[in-house]
Design a protein around this ligand. Sequence first.
Ligand SMILES: NC(=O)C1=CN([C@@H]2O[C@H](COP(=O)(O)OP(=O)(O)OC[C@H]3O[C@@H](n4cnc5c(N)ncnc54)[C@H](OP(=O)(O)O)[C@@H]3O)[C@@H](O)[C@H]2O)C=CC1
Ligand SMILES: O=C(O)C1=N[C@H](C(=O)O)C[C@H](O)C1
Length: 250
Amino acid sequence: MSETIKVGVLGSNGKVGQAIVAAVSDADDLTYTVGVDRGDALTSFVDAGTEVVVDFTHPDVVMDNLKFLIDNGIHAVVGTTGFTEERLEQVRTWLGDQPRSGVLIAPNFAIGAVLSMRFAQQAARFYESVEVIELHHPHKADAPSGTAFRTAQLIADAREDAGLGPSPDATTSELEGARGATVGGVHVHSVRLAGLIAHQEVLLGTSGETLTIRHDSMDRASFAPGVLLGVRQIATRPGLTVGLDDFLDL
Ligand SMILES: NC(=O)C1=CN([C@@H]2O[C@H](COP(=O)(O)OP(=O)(O)OC[C@H]3O[C@@H](n4cnc5c(N)ncnc54)[C@H](OP(=O)(O)O)[C@@H]3O)[C@@H](O)[C@H]2O)C=CC1
Ligand SMILES: O=C(O)C1=N[C@H](C(=O)O)C[C@H](O)C1
C-alpha cells in the first residue's frame, strides 16, 4: 500500500472547513488526521503526526496558527484572507532562509476564480476604465474580499506597467462610499446579500466596448480541488507561495 499524506484542518467546523474535511476524507491518497476549531489545542496536529494543515479560520487568528505550524515543521495551505504585504513578510521571516516547511496562501482556491484573476490582469492594459464588484454571503467578515483585493492589485500593476493613469471619473461630489473602496487606484465595490456564496465581476471599458469577466462559486465544494492540489504539492515547495497560479502552471 502506498503512503498517504496526513492532513489536518483548522476551522474544521466552519463553512469551508467542513467542505475540506469531506474532500480530504474522500481522497484515497490523503488521510484526515484531526480537525481543530475555536478553543481546541493546536498541539493535536503534532500528536496526530499531521504533515499538512489546511487553514480556513479568520483573519484575526491565522497568523498565530501559521507561527505554530512553521515552528513545528508542518506544511500549511491557507485560504483564510486578510494577508497584507506586512503579514506576508512576517511569514517569510518566520520561514527563514532554509525553510523546513512550505506555506501556500491563496485568496481563492476555485480554479475559475484563479483564471479570472489572470484574465483580468491580461486584459487590464487594453482598457481605459476598470472597476471590480465582489458579491458575497452576509456572514463574511472582511471587505473587500481577499480575491477582489488581489484582483485590483494585479490590475493596478498591469495598468502601471502599460503607462495607464487612473480610470476616467468626473465625480466631484459623492455620498461617502458611493464609489466604493480603492486598491491601487482601482475602485472595488462590495455587496453582501443572503443567498450568495462568492462572486466577482471585473468590468473593463473603452471606447465603444466593454468586457465583463465574471466568476461564481455556487457551492463551497468549488474550493476543494484547488486546496487538494495545494495539499499534494506543498511538500515539494518549501518557503512561501502566494496564489495558486504556480501550482496550476499558469
Ligand atoms: N481562499 C479561498 O478560496 C477561500 C477563503 N475563504 C476565507 O476563509 C475564511 C473562513 O471562511 P468561512 O469558512 O466562510 O468562515 P466560517 O466562520 O464559517 O469558519 C471559520 C471557522 O474557524 C473557526 N475559528 C475561529 N477562530 C479559530 C481559531 N483560533 N482556531 C481554530 N478555529 C477557529 C470558527 O469558529 P467560530 O464560528 O466559533 O468563530 C469557524 O468554525 C475567511 O477568511 C474567508 O474569507 C473562504 C472561502 C474560500
Ligand atoms: O469569505 C468567503 O466566503 C470567501 N472568501 C475569499 C475572499 O475573501 O476572496 C474567497 C471567496 O471569495 C469566498
